[in-house]
Design a protein around this ligand. Structure first.
Ligand SMILES: [Zn+2]
Length: 151
């Protein structure tokens, strides 16, 4: 198997998710919404699984959600992640539709404090990997109780 030289950075030019990464670069979390039935459809695959429409509008959502599941990654399974461990890989259900679950990272938290359904909010952080050139701004999530300066 061959990987792109910037693996594991996401390919921000890949058409199905290009708008997701473009929104993240602007500091927005966007999810495709079906123009026919108005449902959010994630993962984007070009056809609405509810009604069959192929017309979508990338829609900015609040960035609030709840922690659906998570795992503390303590061993790097590829060398590019060695500098990142331990980190929390998580699945977040967005507020607008809990059936939309984003695979992400949970940051700025004590992993031992995480609980299912913990309210979280989006933050945008550079995704970087050791030995890989470049970075991509990615949506990640923090528990809502973690606010800067205790506000
Ligand atoms: Zn639809």
């Amino acid at each position: 198997m061959r990987f792109r030289s910037d693996f594991p950075l996401p390919d921000t030019d890949w058409p199905p998710t290009r708008e997701f990464w473009a929104a993240a670069a602007r500091g927005e979390l966007a999810v495709p919404r079906c123009d026919a039935c108005q449902r959010y459809v994630w993962y984007p695959d070009g056809t609405c699984r509810f009604c069959g429409s192929q017309s979508f509008t990338w829609t900015t959502v609040t960035g609030r959600g709840r922690l659906f599941s998570w795992s503390v990654v303590r061993r790097a399974f590829i060398p590019q992640l060695a500098a990142d461990v331990p980190y929390v890989a998580g699945v977040v259900a967005i507020e607008e539709d809990p059936a939309v679950r984003l695979v992400t990272r949970i940051v700025d938290c004590d992993p031992a404090s995480l609980r299912a359904d913990t309210p979280v909010r989006v933050v945008f952080r550079p995704l970087r990997f050791a030995g890989v050139q470049g970075e991509v701004t990615a949506p990640m999530f923090v528990p809502c109780r973690n606010r800067p300066f205790g506000i």
